[in-house]
Design a protein around this ligand. Sequence first.
Ligand SMILES: Cc1cc2nc3c(=O)[nH]c(=O)nc-3n(C[C@H](O)[C@H](O)[C@H](O)COP(=O)(O)O)c2cc1C
Length: 143
Amino acid sequence: MSKLNIIFWTMTGNTQIMADCIADGAKSAGADVKIYNVSEITPAQALDADMLALGCPAMGAEALEESEFEPFFAKLLPELDGRTVALFGSYGWGGGEWMNKWQERVTAAGGTVFRGAGLIINDRPDDDGMTQCEELGKLLARA
Ligand SMILES: Cc1cc2nc3c(=O)[nH]c(=O)nc-3n(C[C@H](O)[C@H](O)[C@H](O)COP(=O)(O)O)c2cc1C
């Protein structure tokens, strides 16, 4: 059974809904899933999995949340060399630029973004958005 760690930060709950739906999808496809708020886990603990999914909404000016998620991700980043990681998050008024920058950081560190791009959803996931998250979870479980 593949082990999936899902680690997220959220302010208003939208990215947490995404994380929960990814977890549901992965569990339904047989993965051993653990889900953590970023404040609950260290980068070293996060890496103890076959597959990693990281979630953070667009914050600041098209950036990762700076006080908890960014320090966690900055420490994790060198360890992503040679690994595949799924990225996801909710955004508001932008066009997803924060996710483009996030993807580029993973790639520049020698990592691979699962399926080539992160999953982004505008504001609170609706039924279609929740289905997209569940499908991502299923794909991660089978990867
Ligand atoms: C301080 C702050 C900065 C934000 N910056 C951006 C931004 O640069 N681009 C964007 O598309 N949305 C931005 N947003 C909107 C959030 O990404 C959006 O509300 C998202 O759904 C929040 O996800 P969450 O519920 O997981 O916290 C910002 C929101 C806040 C509160």
